[in-house]
Design a binder for this molecule. Structure first.
Ligand code: SAM
Length: 321
């Protein structure tokens, strides 16, 4: 097991199933150009084998399937069934929700119980201008169906100063009513935002966000698991919400995340473009692969940041958020 001087070890794996996405969210990609699959993406079997090896070599116990948009990948069902056999303590998916309703059956069948849906607004025209695609009503219907099927749904919102700050309270109301945990993600200074005034203009920090929410609700701080990226808050008798405060309260010191891109590269840090191919290891006999993975994992761990998220031009599509 690889453990660094801060006591960090890899426990959470995030797999970007494909770099392709049916949306082109303003904070994720420039120019409204929809992301395409990368050349030579791994197939579903190879990805499931990669996960199995990382479970044994790194001690991964939790998996999040992301992208791109994982639910548009033709390998989603095969991959999900493959990883369902690994006995992980937690398998979850992050999606924009456009195809959620169609995938609830295979998710239930494979024992996947947790879904995070990215939803930045409840206003249909704002939705189109942020996501530059998609249909809000279809996403809301998917969320309703997932909740009715007994799945644990969380909603992720990226608050932005001019684009959707007026949606912070309506989205919180919506989530509290449905017993859904809303998680606000502070805008990350990565990808094209690194070279763009949009970041300075749109960033909303945790204090401003809490002030806004406190205009309507009483808010109390509550405990979160030690390696959680999200700070948790309680609204007495009504529910909870979280803030992923990349900038205001960086969580690098307790980060246990490892990322696998759709074309077989491992990333030890969301804020580092250093990557390590493991494609060749997937053909190797088990013990050779496990052995060689130790060196790769040591390098990936060394690329983790110490204190704060400094950002990178790394694009979220390669490593899945
Ligand atoms: N397509 C899926 C979705 O929409 O949830 C999964 C991939 S998306 C890259 C994963 C998450 O990253 C989404 O919740 C999205 O809002 C978030 N994200 C992307 N770029 C971001 C940025 N610059 N700052 C903060 N969050 C970002």
């Amino acid at each position: 097991m690889i453990i660094d001087s801060f006591g960090r070890r890899f426990q959470n794996l995030r797999v970007s199933l494909t770099a392709a996405c049916n949306y082109a969210c303003t904070y994720c990609v420039p120019d409204g150009k929809k992301l395409q699959a990368q050349s030579a993406e791994l197939d579903g079997d190879a990805m499931a084998r990669a996960v199995a090896l990382l479970v044994d070599a790194a001690g991964i116990s939790r998996l999040r399937i992301t992208g791109g948009e994982p639910l548009i990948s033709p390998k989603f069902d095969e991959f999900l069934r493959g990883v369902a056999r690994l006995g992980l303590s937690d398998v979850a998916v992050t999606t924009n929700g456009q195809f959620l309703a169609q995938k609830i059956g295979v998710m239930k069948e494979s024992g996947l119980g947790r879904i995070n849906v990215s939803l930045d607004t409840l206003d249909a025209s704002k939705y189109r201008s942020i996501a530059r695609s998609g249909d809000l009503a279809t996403v809301l219907e998917g969320i309703d169906q997932a909740c009715a099927a007994g799945m644990k749904v969380k909603v992720n919102m990226v608050p932005m100063r001019t684009a959707n700050i007026d949606q912070v309270v309506p989205l919180l109301d919506y989530c509290l009513l449905r017993d859904i945990e809303l998680r606000f993600i502070e805008l990350m200074n990565m990808g094209h935002l690194k070279r763009n005034q949009m970041y300075e203009r749109e960033f909303v920090g945790m204090d401003d966000l809490l002030d806004l929410i406190r205009n309507k609700y009483e808010v109390r701080t509550t405990d979160a698991p030690f390696d959680s990226t999200s700070l948790r808050f309680e609204i007495p008798n009504q529910g909870r919400f979280g803030i992923i405060a990349n900038e205001s309260e960086p969580f690098c010191r307790t980060c246990t995340r490892l990322r696998l891109s759709s074309n077989g590269f491992l990333y030890g840090c969301l804020s580092s473009s250093k990557n390590y191919s493991i494609r060749h290891l997937l053909e190797e006999p088990y013990y050779i692969a496990i052995n060689e993975l130790q060196d790769v994992l040591r390098n990936a761990m060394a690329s983790k940041q110490r204190l704060a998220f400094t950002g990178e031009t790394t694009v979220m599509k390669f490593i899945g958020g």
